[in-house]
Design a protein around this ligand. Structure first.
Ligand SMILES: Nc1ncnc2c1ncn2[C@@H]1O[C@H](COP(=O)(O)OP(=O)(O)OP(=O)(O)O)[C@@H](O)[C@H]1O
Length: 303
């Protein structure tokens, strides 16, 4: 059973007097396997937050079906198994973090567990600030508190909209560690982040959304390494013609060569030939793309 299953999701925001407004989602199909760390990426206005709100039952779809954890997002029993960190977090400034967690736990129908709430604050790095009023928190501290609230009750699905927004670089490493721990525990993670390096480090599958449509979706390795290309560097003095005869194409920089080889046997045969011709290999790496270039090329192709 997938954690999230969305078919033909369309959302049109109506304007005043029932006038047709903005079509934020234009028939999205997306399946998120249970236990998967899934990243949603795309430019501003792509429909990412609308998608997230639709799978949480906050936004009412115009058309299409949404199933979350095998049920409807409107079902309170399903909702109780979802932890959500919204993009814009509204926190009661006069409260302490502990009072806030106590109330959120109550709203989620969880039994009171002050020790667990303290442990959660410790986990997100807020132990020392637990008794301070939230109004005096920095942006990063507020995000951490939002994350603690999302983690309350050990949810089966964590939906995080820009979780590291405002969090300093070392704090992001801590948050990433928490998310990875959750995934190891079996939690499904649905992450929307503009920090692509973050998505790349945490997520196993990624979908690219633009103008309300999914342009690409797949395993991170499939998206980032779609060409089986290798970059080899040979020491100076090699025989260029022999390397080309072995299948290597000269790159832009002296000594750098490209080789397309899906099968490791082909790669090794080419290297054997090159070495047989006296070339000395000094570096070999797979020519993968990072998520940023995958996003740029996907958006470029779609334009
Ligand atoms: N409540 C709303 N009423 C009308 N239009 C809306 C509403 N919320 C979003 N939109 C529009 O729907 C489109 C998608 O917005 P959405 O916030 O889902 O995008 P996003 O991908 O999350 O963007 P960002 O990365 O900037 O947060 C945009 O054109 C936006 O202006």
């Amino acid at each position: 059973m997938p954690a999230i299953e969305v078919i033909g999701l369309q959302k049109i925001y109506r304007r005043a007097f029932g006038r047709r407004g903005q079509e934020a989602l234009r028939g999205v199909d997306l399946t998120v396997p249970e236990g998967c760390a899934f990243g949603l990426i795309g430019p501003n206005g792509a429909g990412k937050t609308t998608f997230i709100k639709s799978i949480l039952g906050i936004v009412q779809p115009t058309a299409g079906t949404v199933r979350v954890l095998g049920g409807s997002p409107e079902d309170p029993r399903i909702r109780a198994r979802i932890g959500y960190l919204p993009e814009r977090l509204h926190l009661p400034g006069a409260w302490t973090a502990l009072a806030f967690l106590r109330t959120v736990a109550q709203l989620k129908g969880l039994p009171p567990d002050p020790a667990q709430n303290k442990r959660l604050l410790e986990r997100v790095g807020l132990a020392e600030a637990e008794g301070r009023r939230i109004g005096g928190y920095s942006k990063g501290m507020r995000q951490r508190l939002g994350l603690a609230a999302a983690l309350l009750g050990a949810p089966s699905l964590l939906v995080l909209d820009e979780p590291t927004d405002g969090i300093d670089p070392l704090g992001r490493v801590e948050v990433r560690g928490i998310l990875q721990e959750e995934v190891r525990r079996g939690t499904t993670l649905f992450l929307n982040s503009h920090l692509l390096a973050e998505t790349e480090r945490v997520c196993a599958r990624v979908a690219i959304l633009a103008q309300g449509r999914v342009l690409r979706e797949g395993r991170l390795e499939e998206l980032t390494r779609h060409r089986p290309q290798w970059i080899a560097r040979f020491s100076p003095g090699h025989d260029e013609a022999a390397l080309e005869a072995a299948g290597f194409r000269r790159g832009g920089t002296a000594g750098l060569y490209h080789l397309e080889a899906e099968d490791p046997a082909v790669l090794n045969a080419a290297l054997d030939k090159a070495r047989g011709a006296g070339a000395l290999l000094v570096e070999l790496k797979r020519d993968g793309q990072d998520l940023e270039s995958v996003l740029a090329s996907t958006l470029g192709e779609a334009a």
